[in-house]
Structure formats: C-alpha cells, structure tokens
Design a protein around this ligand. Structure first.
Ligand SMILES: Cc1cc2nc3c(=O)[nH]c(=O)nc-3n(C[C@H](O)[C@H](O)[C@H](O)COP(=O)(O)OP(=O)(O)OC[C@H]3O[C@@H](n4cnc5c(N)ncnc54)[C@H](O)[C@@H]3O)c2cc1C
Length: 466
C-alpha cells in the first residue's frame, strides 16, 4: 500500500468538499490537496438529466442568489456567463388549498391582504406579540400553532415539504430555524424581532434590497460541480472510485485509508452527508455521537413533458400541504422558470413524490408513478392531453431530517472540532441542507484551516419563500 502525504485531505467531492477545496486554492494556490471520492464523478446529490431536448434535475433545481460564498464559487468556476435566474419578484408560487392552486405573494404583508385565511385567523397571528418564548424542543407544527395559530399550519407544511420533503410534526424548530428561534427568545416575539431587523438593515447601505432570484445554469445544476472539479483538478489531486474506510489520528497527522492506499495529511475535512460521515467519525473518536444516524426523506421527480396546449400556470410551481391528501408533494414548472428546458413548442413539469411521509409510494413502478402523478395534477390544472414525454428520476440521496436529537448532534460536532483543531466536519445535514448552506460551511472550513481559528457561528435568519 502507498503512503502519500498532503497538507489537506478532503473526503467527498459533492458541493461541500468542492467548496472547501476551491476556497483553499483561491487563497493558497500552492497548498497540496487530495480529494477522495467514492463515486466515479464529482457532484454527489447534484446531477442533471438531458434527453430528447428535455433538461431536468435528479437533485437540486437551483439555489437563491443571495449567498456571497456561492457567488464566489461561481466566479472560481468561471460560470458567470452560464447563469440563469428566475427572480422571485416575477415568478409566482402556488399552494394547493381545497383542491385549487392559490397564488402566494412573496411578502408577509401582501399574504395578509389576501383572503387566504379568515380575519380572526389573521388577528391570531398578532398573538405572537404577546406569547412568551415557547419552552422545550417543539416541533415546527407545535411552535407555529403556539405562536401564530392553527391557520398558518398548511403554509408551514408547504414550506417544509418544499425544502426538506419533511414532516412538520417531526422537524424541530430549533434545528430548522435557529435564527427565528433566537428572535423569539431575544425580542419575546418573532414579528417584533423581524421589524427591528428590517430597521437595522435599512440603516446599513450595503444590504441588498428586494427579493432574491432562483439560480441555475443553462445546462443544468450539474455544471457547477463539473466545472469546479475541472478547475480544482488542475491544481489538486482528485481520486475517484476511492472510498475512505477509516480515519486514524497519529501524533501530528491524520491518516485516511481506502482499499488501495493510506494517505497522510495535516488537516482532514470530512465533507460528507451526516449519515455517511458519522460511521467514519465514530470509529475515530473517543467522544461518541448522541445519534448513530439521522432519518432521511427520499423523493422521486416525475418528469412530464406536454405540448403548448397544456395550461400549466405561469410561475415556479406549487406545493401541496399534507391535509390536501394528494398523491404528489408539489411540482416545479421548470420550463417557465428556466426557458429552454423542453424542446421547441413543449413545456416540462417536474412533479415531486414521496418524502418523509410517503416513502412507500417510491416502491411503485415507473409506469404507476407516472400514471398516478398525471391523474393527480390534471385535477388542478388544465391538461387536455396526456404527457408526450415522461421519465422518473429517483435520487439515491436522502435529505437529512433535522428531528429529535439533531441539536445535540451539532453540539457533539462542535466539541469534536474543538478537541481536534485539524479535523473539519461539514456536509449535507450539518448546519442546514441547502446548497448555500454547504458553500458557506465549505468557506468556513477553509478559513478554519488557513487561520487555525474556529469561525464564530451565528444563527442566521433566513427568508421564507414559497
Ligand atoms: C432530491 C434532492 C433535492 C434537492 N433540492 C435542493 C434544491 O432545490 N436547492 C438546494 O439548495 N438544495 C437542494 N438539495 C440539497 C443539496 O443537494 C445538498 O445540500 C448538497 O448537494 C449536499 O452536498 P454535499 O457535498 O454535502 O453532499 P453530497 O452531494 O452527498 O456529496 C458527498 C459526496 O461524498 C461521496 N462519498 C460518500 N461517502 C464517501 C466515502 N466514505 N469516501 C469518499 N467519498 C464518499 C459521495 O459519493 C458524494 O459524491 C437537494 C437534495 C436532494 C437529495
């Protein structure tokens, strides 16, 4: 077995590992980096599908353009000219309520003006101003009902179906919205905290105004890891089909073992989804994690192509709260968001199925899924003929669910990283689940390696966009 030595070894070439490598190389071009990847290509959960003029995604469909770390990565990958944006201010979203698609404005005030909920329910939202902070570790559903009343539950359900494919009765509010929970604790009310935050923002000139835009690339999301891996591959070693099977700490180095070799490094970055990283970390640490794994939600995306006859409403797509009892969780109207995703004279809809609540539906055959999804969506939009193209994309990557015990797991990660200044842990499910969360964490890990200082963590208040 070879024994080769590097400054930094990064396990995983999903967006987390690639971000860490890119930020390191940007600052320190001569740093010696080895990246180990189990698969035969980079990207992990990010991968695009191209067939017969259709373009769709196995995993993420895009990310918001309000994250500096992601913007820096796009520059590093020289992808500025390939960007496609769909501004939230122009593209409406829908929630399915009582079997009808209801257009949801992108501002809290405009939502309140809509007749979506009754006047008493609107007044109940203001109850937040008088409610004491909720004690304990409530689920999203318990917390939303306590602070704002029952009427907001379907909307919260839609938000967390859209982001986590999750169950709001199981997701913990402290885990999924730590920043909002901080507002509740600091100001005694979320509304008061948001208003104070808005005033503070107005005072600082450099804060962006208006709504962000959903962003992707002309050839799909897969271009991002592809280009990053090309750039990084010119300056560092990327080893594919190399699964890290054990991590060992020696006196002043870390050792990573694969089937073929053992590599030695000063700094080790475990850039893996929580459930892929935990078994490796557990075996290398005296301090054991409080959980052996996180639950995951799996989804399938059913791609349906239609001619222009189909009346797909204009906008991003829709989400269906659980109480609607529909087969599909929602759909993206992809060719509205990003034109050019379907052949001339056609349009494409990507319908999402499964999730934390309905994983069993994923056991259906492709034909059954296509049929059920089509029957479902034709009840809520005018589709005079059946799809002229269909394909089921089943992602093999589960979405980590931040449920009971998750915040203890984060505390464990902090303790491990404090005890081991040369060990860096990031990836899908650590500190969020979105691409922007991963790029920010990658940047933090690179800073930590270069400055040998822990980056101070503040719980960010993220916008809620339907
Ligand atoms: C279906 C789906 C839809 C999503 N939609 C969105 C969206 O619309 N917007 C958004 O912002 N985010 C979305 N996400 C989340 C986004 O995809 C993730 O945040 C991101 O891709 C995670 O990147 P990662 O590098 O941490 O993990 P991964 O992408 O999982 O990459 C980890 C890599 O490590 C490799 N690996 C695993 N174990 C080992 C080992 N032992 N040794 C070596 N290599 C190993 C894997 O092969 C993989 O390449 C979605 C995720 C899924 C699954």
């Amino acid at each position: 077995m070879d024994n080769q030595s590097y400054d930094v070894c990064i396990i995983g070439t999903g967006i987390s590992g690639l971000s860490t490598a890119a930020f390191l190389l940007d600052q320190q071009p001569d740093i010696r980096i080895l990246m180990l990847e189990k698969a035969d290509q980079s990207g992990g959960a990010i991968s695009s599908y191209h067939q017969d003029g259709y373009l769709a995604e196995w995993g993420p469909h895009g990310f918001l353009d309000n994250c500096e770390a992601s913007k820096e990565l796009i520059r590093f990958a020289s992808l500025e000219d390939e960007l496609e944006t769909a501004p939230l201010s122009e593209f409406v979203r829908y929630v399915c309520l009582d079997g009808q698609l209801q257009c949801i404005p992108q501002s809290a005030l405009r939502i309140l003006k809509q007749p979506l909920i009754s006047l008493p329910a609107k007044l109940r939202i203001l109850g937040d101003l008088w409610k004491t902070p909720m004690a304990g570790s409530p689920s999203v559903a318990q917390w939303v009902e306590y602070r704002f009343g029952k009427a907001l539950l379907p909307f919260a359900d839609a938000v967390f179906t859209g982001t986590y494919a999750g169950d709001i009765n199981k997701l913990k509010i402290d885990a999924v919205m730590p920043g909002v929970r901080d507002l509740e604790k600091q100001h005694g009310s979320v509304i008061r905290g948001v208003i104070k935050g808005m005033f503070a923002k107005r005072k600082s000139d450099n804060k962006r105004k208006g709504l962000p835009a959903m962003t992707s690339f002309k050839k799909g999301m897969g271009r991002l890891p592809q280009r990053l891996a090309e750039e990084i591959g010119n300056k560092a070693t990327i080893q594919y089909s190399s699964e890290a099977t054990s991590l060992t700490k020696t006196d002043d180095h870390w050792q990573v073992t694969t089937d073929a070799a053992t590599y030695s490094c000063t700094d080790l970055v475990v850039a893996l989804p929580v459930n892929a990283g935990l078994p490796l970390l557990r075996r290398s640490q005296p301090l054991q994690p409080p959980l052996s794994s996180l639950p995951e939600a799996r989804i399938a995306s059913v791609l349906l192509g239609f001619t222009e006859e189909a009346q797909v409403p204009f906008g991003f797509g829709y989400l269906a709260p659980e109480k609607e009892d529909r087969f599909s969780m929602g759909a993206l109207f992809s060719s509205h968001m990003f034109p050019g995703r379907a052949p001339q004279g056609h349009q494409v809809v990507e319908v999402l199925v499964g999730g934390r609540r309905h994983e069993k539906r994923l056991q259906l055959s492709d034909n059954e899924l296509i049929n059920q999804v089509y029957q479902d969506i034709r009840q809520i939009m005018d589709l005079p003929t059946g799809p002229c193209f269909s394909k089921v994309l089943r992602s093999s990557h589960g979405i980590p669910q931040l449920e009971s015990g998750y915040t203890d797991l984060l505390t464990w990660r902090e303790k491990v990283m404090q005890a081991e200044p040369h060990l860096h842990i990031c990836g899908f499910g650590w500190k969020g689940i979105g691409i922007n969360d991963m790029t920010k964490e990658g940047q933090k890990m690179a800073q930590r390696i270069m400055t040998r200082q822990a980056q101070r963590d503040t719980a960010e208040v993220k916008g809620i966009y339907f």
